[in-house]
Design a binder for this molecule. Structure first.
Ligand code: NG6
Ligand code: CA
Length: 509
């Protein structure tokens, strides 16, 4: 047995043990009124049609469905962007990503995107006595430029408001393929320093392009640089061999970290930002999920993620803190099939529709780019059911501030606590979202307006997804025509003009 696998099993055993202990301790948790815990469960590239409770696809996701069955499922929930970094920026800062001109898909060696003087969601909670943790995918930059991976990284989750962090720097398809725990690369040995470069390779280091014989998964676009675990990535790296992750164990690693954090903080208010990597490429689920979906690695990775979600809910339940925890489940952007690796996502899809009834997907300004699963649960507190209210992930921050009675700075975040709690079906009147960097659309309850933007009709490197870009204005009636087949811009000039004003208000502010 490999050392890493051994460690993993032991970690799981430890968990089994501690969760039993937790069961007993749960009874003694003080009943005095306590601030509710907040848990954000954030998946990566998961489409609205990938989640079975939305009734639009063919996969079965019982773990996520439980959150909907016992909570409130939003039919009009949005990320602020059709890519990762910008959406994450919004969740944590309460601002639209286009307020920061660097908020685009970041390289693995990019510097911290969030100004450390900025009030953030974790900082608000921290100030109110919460223990805060970021576990999983970060992708918001680290350090202040020219990062030295062999020293403590002094700009990252901690400086943004997280007491504890256990993260991957960027994406699972970008170097460095290591975990960073509280600012330090985990498992790094002093005699094998880690170096990362996004411009050129290190002499003698294999790459996917030069050494295809070392690969267990072929690439379709880009990802042909440094290799770890038989998979080539974007970006070069050298050294740090003992610190390299094993993709198959990534889900368990982040889960174990999350469960431990919950366990350790069960008696005090906590905020957990649990950012899963599934089903982002490379899709390499643990062998116990391989082949389980019949849809290839993409489907299997979703089943793995769904199982992880269930473990978190089970943990909260077994500790008797589900009644005191607001759980928010969502995805950072819409779905994509071929995102750079030949993993049969297209060939094995069958009749499944990750984008649901909507058009486009990840990277797209059509609706499926940012229209994502959005489900909340708070046992005994949130009204169960389905809400048609329009809500954006950027609204979580002001709503959470209201929940705990904290001040909220002036941001793009709308305070929609009553909407989140299911007390009203009134949500936003207007929301904005971004396709690729800087291309913003505006949506009202009924309409969406996409102004003209330069760019290709399809992203050939992004699964051939329709970009939603056009040289013409596009206006769609979202309730009558959710698949955006009929551009009615010329039929409704007044509506288009009103929306254009709103678009610019949100774009320029
Ligand atoms: C793209 C990558 C894609 C993915 C994406 C970021 C290619 C062809 N595509 O540039 O694989 O990594 O960036 O995804 O290189 S996100 O979910 O983090 O935004
Ligand atoms: Ca993503």
């Amino acid at each position: 047995m490999e050392i890493k696998e051994f460690k993993r099993i032991n970690k799981l055993k430890y968990l089994g043990l501690v969760s039993l202990m937790g069961l007993n301790a749960g009874c003694t948790i003080t009943k005095e009124k306590q601030k509710p815990n907040v848990v954000i469960i954030y998946m990566d590239d998961l489409g609205i049609g990938d989640v079975s409770c939305y009734g639009m696809g063919q996969l079965k996701t019982p773990g996520i469905d439980r959150i909907a069955a016992e909570g409130l499922r939003f039919e009009n929930g949005y990320a602020t962007a059709a890519t990762c970094t910008p959406s994450r920026y919004s969740i944590l800062t309460g601002d639209y990503p286009w307020r920061n001109d660097k908020a685009a898909v970041l390289a693995g060696d990019a510097k911290l995107l969030i100004d450390t003087s900025k009030v953030t969601l974790p900082k608000i909670l921290q100030k109110s006595g919460y223990k805060t943790a970021a576990i999983g995918k970060w992708h918001l930059g680290l350090g202040q430029g020219n990062i030295d991976w062999n020293k403590e990284i002094l700009a990252g989750p901690k400086q943004v408001g997280f007491d504890y962090s256990y993260i991957m720097a960027a994406t699972n398809d970008r170097t460095p393929t290591v975990f960073v725990k509280n600012g330090l690369v985990e498992g790094l040995e002093a005699n094998d320093p880690l170096e990362v470069n996004y411009r050129k390779n290190y002499p003698g280091e294999p790459t996917g392009k030069l050494n295809p014989e070392l690969l267990k998964m072929k690439t379709t676009y880009h990802h042909h640089q440094s290799i770890n675990n038989g998979i080539s990535r974007i970006g070069f790296m050298k050294g740090g061999k003992n610190a390299m992750w094993v993709d198959e164990n990534m889900a368990d690693t982040f889960l174990v970290e999350s469960l431990r954090f919950i366990e350790e903080n069960k008696t005090k208010p906590f905020f957990l930002y649990y950012a899963l990597h599934q089903p982002h490429v490379p899709r390499v689920p643990h062998p116990r999920f391989a082949g389980k979906s019949g849809m290839g690695p993409r489907g299997d990775a979703i089943l793995e993620g769904d199982w992880c979600v269930a473990q978190v809910i089970n943990k909260l339940e077994s500790l008797h803190i589900l009644e005191n925890t607001l759980v928010i489940f969502s995805s950072d952007n819409g779905p994509v099939l071929d995102d750079g690796y030949a993993d049969q996502a297209v060939e094995k899809l069958g009749g499944h529709t990750p984008w649901g009834v909507f058009r486009g997907g990840k990277y797209s300004l059509f609706d499926a780019g940012a229209h994502v699963p959005f489900i909340v649960m708070w046992k005994g507190k949130i009204k169960q059911g389905v809400s048609k209210a329009m809500i954006s992930q950027v609204d979580i921050m002001a709503s959470a501030a209201k929940l705990i009675g904290s001040d909220m700075p002036d941001t793009d975040s709308e305070q929609l606590l009553s909407t989140l709690m299911g007390k009203t079906e009134e949500g936003r009147d207007i929301l904005h979202f971004e396709g690729l960097k800087g291309r913003v659309a505006v949506r009202s309850k009924e309409w969406v307006l996409i102004p003209p933007y330069k760019g290709p009709l399809r992203h050939s490197w992004g699964g051939n997804v329709e970009s939603g870009l056009s040289k013409d204005y596009q206006l769609y009636h979202m309730t009558e025509d959710p698949n955006q087949q009929h551009n009615v811009y010329t039929d409704f000039p007044e509506i288009a003009n009103e929306l254009l004003i709103k678009l610019n208000e949100g774009r320029n502010k």
